[in-house]
Design a protein around this ligand. Structure first.
Ligand code: G4P
Length: 524
């Protein structure tokens, strides 16, 4: 029996933004409209509050409650929507990149006053590389901000996206009156703080005098703007959006429930249902009979007495069934799962069957690491979860000699979870931890002590980048390995990396060894 119906009614996506643009608020409002929660303020998102930047105990606490909100599923108009939560804090960027591999589309939230911010740029770049369809939501229209045309220019330039507005704002800030939906030709009027959702007023022709009645002196401005929009921006075509070549833009105010329902209604119409994924041998399509999926996130249980974890698996094809034997490719072992978990709004429940696009949480005692593939028997591995060359490095040393085993195990498991990367000096045997942000070092130290009973200390290392490398020129490789012996380490997969202590050293190596390619991500 084919899953076509179940596949077609699913939408799995991530909301991304620079911190504070309104991702959490928008997520919450989407859940409200979907009837998944009853009151605002119920979502404890993966968001790490600004005040917590130096308080990593608080971060751990927040990570704990965020297990349930890592995936938020709900039903809306017979569509099963899975929102993948992404951490806002930039030190956890890699988490976000990995989560994006499990999403089929993305909504980018931009603050109308702040415009395109650095983290939005980075995240959208990753989406563009994978041609993920992107919808843009310009938030906080109730506040004074940038002119809509200027903002669209900025989005095109900084995010390298081709955009077309599907709705258009009538003023902003205190004078904000609402939006005209160019797509459905309807006018929705704004009333601050209103919790009731107004249906738009159908206006097929903007020259209609009713428009003047609703908008007064702003009516002519809207007419001019829409004429300009229609002249300047391309007509919206669903296919072009699905190919990642055109992004529709909506305006609204998540806090005031404004423009959110409109976004959701359009989203379910145009956003892609689950798409296939490339494995190392072939493209796997969702409608295939046999189950397959990959682990994109591992979340540690916050209870220090239990070292178990939840592995989040994106189902790519077939039907996942409880208590069924599946092949864990890396371990070459059959595993079955007695309590696979589905995530609906903030509730977890054990399920018997799940379909492509769904995220299943598997209780794990240490078998999984990020990027692992499980199948019904086929020998293949999903691609697309690379490690990035970290930004910060430290030697990690054992600080309680009797606990060397615990330390090794702890480090091993934290690396499987993707908290940081471990490199072992080929000559020195010293362990180097590389991270994206400074916070991870504190998180590692804290978790090693509280979950594994091991103490570690970090020591300074002068290191600019670790790069993976390869070459077909054997002589050059041999010479490079011999001369740089002290600067070569092994990553967790057993691959060699070059430890460049400065940008200059890396450039010198690149100039000298012209046949060697140096890579900043582990997939090349
Ligand atoms: P994030 O997840 O992207 O980091 O952002 P979040 O939703 O937490 O929103 C950041 C701040 O912006 C919050 O205020 C939130 O209430 C506010 N906000 C979100 N949408 C709108 C909007 O449409 N209009 C206005 N005016 N504000 C909006 P905060 O004071 O930082 O937090 P809180 O105390 O309200 O939670």
């Amino acid at each position: 029996m084919s899953n076509i119906k179940e596949i077609q009614r699913r939408r799995t996506f991530a909301i991304i933004s620079h911190p504070d643009a309104g991702k959490t608020t928008l997520t919450e409002k989407l859940l409200l409209f979907g009837g998944a929660i009853q009151v605002a303020g119920a979502v404890k998102s993966n968001k790490i509050k600004k005040t917590a930047t130096s308080d990593w105990m608080e971060i751990e606490r927040q990570r704990g409650i965020s297990v349930a909100t890592s995936v938020m599923g709900f039903e809306y108009k017979d569509i099963k929507i899975n929102i993948l939560d992404t951490p806002g804090h930039q030190d956890f960027q890699e988490d976000t990149f990995r989560t994006l591999t499990a999403a089929d589309s993305v909504v980018v939230v931009i603050d109308v006053a702040k415009g395109v911010e650095p983290q939005t740029e980075k995240l959208v770049k990753v989406c563009r590389m994978r041609s993920i369809p992107i919808i843009v939501f310009i938030n906080k229209m109730d506040r004074p901000g940038k002119d809509a045309f200027e903002l669209l220019d900025e989005i095109e330039q900084k995010l390298h996206l081709k955009v077309t507005p599907l709705s258009w704002p009538i003023n902003m800030g205190p004078a904000f009156k609402g939006v005209y939906n160019i797509f459905s030709k309807s006018l929705t009027l704004f009333s601050p703080g209103k919790q009731v959702i107004e249906e738009g007023i159908q206006i097929d022709d903007l020259s209609d005098i009713n428009v003047d009645e609703y908008l007064g002196e702003d009516a002519d401005k809207l007419r001019e703007d829409v004429e300009l929009v229609e002249g300047v921006y391309p007509e919206f075509k669903v296919d072009t959006y699905l190919n990642g070549k055109l992004s529709p833009v909506f305006f609204g105010s998540a806090l005031n429930n404004f423009g959110v329902k409109e976004l959701l209604d359009n989203f379910i119409q145009i956003a892609p249902s689950p798409v296939g994924r490339e494995s190392n041998v072939r493209l796997v399509k969702p409608e295939e009979e046999q189950f397959s999926g990959f682990v994109f996130k591992i979340h540690a249980n916050m209870d220090p007495n239990h070292r178990d974890r939840i592995a989040f698996v994106r189902i790519v094809s077939g039907t996942f069934r409880r208590n069924t034997n599946y092949l864990h490719l890396r371990l070459n072992r059959k595993l079955k799962f007695a309590s696979p978990t589905a995530f609906m709004a903030q509730k977890k429940s054990i399920v018997d069957e799940m379909f492509p696009g769904d995220i299943v949480g598997l209780h794990d005692t240490g078998n999984f690491k990020i990027g692992d593939t499980i199948t019904e028997g086929e020998i293949m591995s999903y691609k697309g979860i690379p490690s990035f060359s970290p930004e910060l490095f430290k030697y990690v040393e054992n600080d309680s000699p009797l606990k060397a085993k615990q330390l090794a195990k702890g480090i091993d498991q934290l690396m499987d979870e993707g908290v940081a990367q471990l490199f072992i000096g080929k000559h020195t045997g010293r362990k180097i931890i590389g991270t994206v942000g400074a916070l991870q070092f504190e998180v590692i130290q804290y978790r090693l002590e509280h979950e594994y009973g091991a103490k570690c200390r970090f020591e300074h290392i002068t290191l600019y980048k670790t790069t993976w490398f390869k070459s077909t020129n054997k002589a050059q490789l041999k010479d490079f390995r011999a001369r740089k012996a002290n600067q070569i380490a092994i990553d967790k997969e057993g691959r060699e990396v070059f430890l460049a202590d400065s940008q200059f050293a890396l450039q010198m190596a690149q100039q000298k060894y012209t046949d060697i390619e140096f890579y900043f991500t582990s997939e090349f």
